[in-house]
Write a protein that binds this ligand. Structure first.
Ligand SMILES: Nc1ncnc2c1ncn2[C@@H]1O[C@H](COP(=O)(O)OP(=O)(O)OP(=O)(O)O)[C@@H](O)[C@H]1O
Ligand SMILES: [Mg+2]
Length: 300
């Protein structure tokens, strides 16, 4: 684990190890950097012009670099993520290291992330819109899962809403780039555990499968419909403990008006025991699509 980042005016500085903080360069790889699009706990995302291709991209620049970044396994995952081509997945274009800056070029999605989208709608979404977003992301997960990619960090900030309203899943297969392998050697929790599946807490990120992503999406669906993320605790550790020790309360407890079939689907998405959870995201797509169309879910 290396250094710290801090913000100075409109530019970020990176402190890697003992190296002095540095100002972001004007260009990285093939990209001329423009405005800041957003930032997370470990990275800043900038608009980038690929001059040779005449294409605008989003360039994610890591501000903290963990050793896992350099592992062959990560490189394989980044390659795999870059090969995923799906309408509900934010494409990865290229990646590189320049002068110590680790960057990743991806498709620019000129719209809000899902948290902002929910906030703009007044704190929750309509049932129709919630289903639309959940189906889009379940499609992305089904496709990724078939390609052997698990997201491991499905959360509203990794769901971007394109100008046409279509939801796109970002940072697929890249949880390790950002070093979010759950808990660091020093015991610090990286990322937000609010959407973390119980087995991701107890078994770590390496042994989990696509069902962990289904759990996270179930919580997000719950949040879109009710405005509340279930099982929140005071602080990260307590929240993680709740996911391990408690069942997600039924959707109908918070929102009695939801159709019973939808209640059952969210219950199966967020089942604490793996055997009770949906085995594959495609089954989630099929059930949610049936509900959206007023049919009986095929798995019921
Ligand atoms: N492809 C993209 N196009 C447009 N904006 C993006 C894109 N990817 C990320 N962003 C914006 O940049 C912000 C930072 O992204 P980043 O993945 O670094 O962090 P995060 O997912 O928000 O949170 P965390 O760092 O806790 O995982 C996002 O919240 C989003 O607003
Ligand atoms: Mg992200």
């Amino acid at each position: 684990m290396t250094g710290e980042s801090r913000r100075e005016g409109s530019s970020w500085r990176l402190a890697a190890g003992n190296a002095p903080p540095r100002r972001l360069p004007e260009r990285l790889g093939p990209y001329v950097l423009g405005d800041e699009l957003g930032r997370g706990s470990l990275a800043v995302v900038m608009r980038g012009e690929h001059e040779a291709l005449g294409r605008t991209a989003a360039v994610k620049i890591l501000l903290r670099v963990t050793q896992s970044l350099f592992t062959e396994r990560f490189k394989r995952e980044a390659h795999l993520a870059a090969s995923l081509n799906h309408p509900n997945i934010v494409s990865v274009y290229d990646t590189g290291v320049d002068d110590g800056w680790h960057w990743l070029g991806m498709e620019l999605v000129d719209g809000p992330h899902l948290s902002a989208h929910i906030a703009a709608a007044g704190g929750r979404l309509t049932l129709k819109r919630s289903l639309e977003v959940a189906i889009a992301i379940a499609r992305a997960l089904a496709f990724a899962n078939d390609a052997g990619v698990i997201h491991r960090d499905v959360k509203p900030k990794n769901i971007l809403i394109a100008p046409d309203g279509v939801a796109r899943l970002a940072d697929l297969g890249l949880a390790k780039v950002a070093g979010s392998e759950g808990v660091t050697a020093t015991g610090a929790v990286l990322g937000t555990p609010r959407y973390m599946a119980p087995e991701a807490v107890t078994d770590g990120a390496t042994s989990i499968d696509g069902r962990a992503d289904i759990y996270s999406l179930g919580l997000i669906l719950h949040e879109m419909i009710t405005g509340v993320v279930p099982l929140r605790g005071r602080g990260k550790v307590l929240t993680m403990q709740r996911h391990v020790r408690e069942d997600v309360p039924p959707l109908s407890a918070a929102e009695p008006s939801v159709p019973p079939a939808l209640n059952a689907v969210v219950y199966r998405m967020t089942a604490r025991t793996l055997e009770d959870r949906y085995p594959h995201a495609q089954a989630v797509v099929d059930d949610l699509t049936a509900i959206a169309e007023g049919r009986r879910p095929p798995s019921m």
